[in-house]
Design a protein around this ligand. Structure first.
Ligand SMILES: [Zn+2]
Length: 255
């Protein structure tokens, strides 16, 4: 459970008490930001990058994870990503996604920021989701800028060039507009909730710190400890997001 060095969440707190404290924070907040990562989608059958059986375990993943790989081997590239897309197309939102969409309906100022490219938050009813790494459900053409697919045969319907998924690949920059929106949302938030993300890579590591620098309270909800964040958190929730998020929403909806 919580580390002995944590001053804000003592080991004697039980989970129910932590949930109550989080519900109170959510109720008192005016601008909530929820930052989610792969842990949120795991219960929907989306493998995480780091799992042994994960998306990146195969040799093909290494061959097709950079944007230049499209020019090197267009056929292999589109085949690899089409397989990933079909995996995601059959996935459904889990109770964690649905709870976050419900939170946004209860508190419309809530911003949802995610590292996930599966589009499941939007499918659950989430509005204006800030997808830092893009979406596998959208394809685009780097030749003419067309962005609407997926297209049949993975070729742009406008110019016929090989299309690519509209996700941020290794060696590519994040979409600067999406990143700026996420930074502003973090700075304007008064409660920042991390869900299912190790928050180690940029910009995930930066956003909670931006929020806290402006006085936001932090809540971490993750299976594993987050040593670099948990000590600064007002509440640490350890567990699966598909279990804990519905409990938080049940607490907010009830009186
Ligand atoms: Zn095109």
């Amino acid at each position: 459970m919580s580390s002995s060095s944590s001053s804000s969440a003592s080991a004697s707190d039980d989970l129910a008490l932590r949930i109550d404290r989080t519900v109170a924070l959510l109720r008192g907040a005016r601008r909530i930001v929820v930052f989610s990562g792969a842990g949120l989608s795991k219960a929907s059958g989306i493998p995480t990058y780091r799992d042994a059986d994960g998306l990146w375990a195969s040799q093909n993943a290494l061959k097709f994870s950079h944007a230049e790989d499209l020019a090197r081997d267009p056929g292999g590239f589109t085949k690899f990503w089409a397989q990933r897309l079909s995996l995601i197309e059959t996935a459904s939102p889990n109770p964690g996604h649905l709870a976050l969409a419900q939170l946004q309906r209860l508190r419309p100022a809530t911003r949802l920021i995610t590292q996930n490219v599966d589009g499941l938050l939007g499918k659950a009813g989430g509005q204006d989701v800030l997808e830092l790494h893009g979406s596998l459900r959208r394809w685009r053409c780097d030749h003419c800028g067309n962005r609407s697919g997926p297209w049949p045969f993975h070729r742009c319907l406008r110019c016929g060039s090989h299309a690519r998924p509209d996700v941020v690949m290794f060696g590519e920059m994040l979409n600067p507009g999406v990143l700026l929106d996420a930074q502003v949302a973090a700075q304007e938030s008064d409660l920042f909730l991390v869900v299912g993300s190790t928050t180690i890579v940029y910009p995930a590591a930066e956003l909670p710190k931006l929020a806290m620098a402006r006085g936001a309270r932090l809540v971490t909800l993750n299976i594993e400890p987050l040593p670099h964040l948990d000590d600064a958190a007002a509440v640490v929730l350890r567990g699966a997001s598909e279990d804990l998020l519905p409990q938080l929403l049940a607490g907010m909806a009830g009186d």
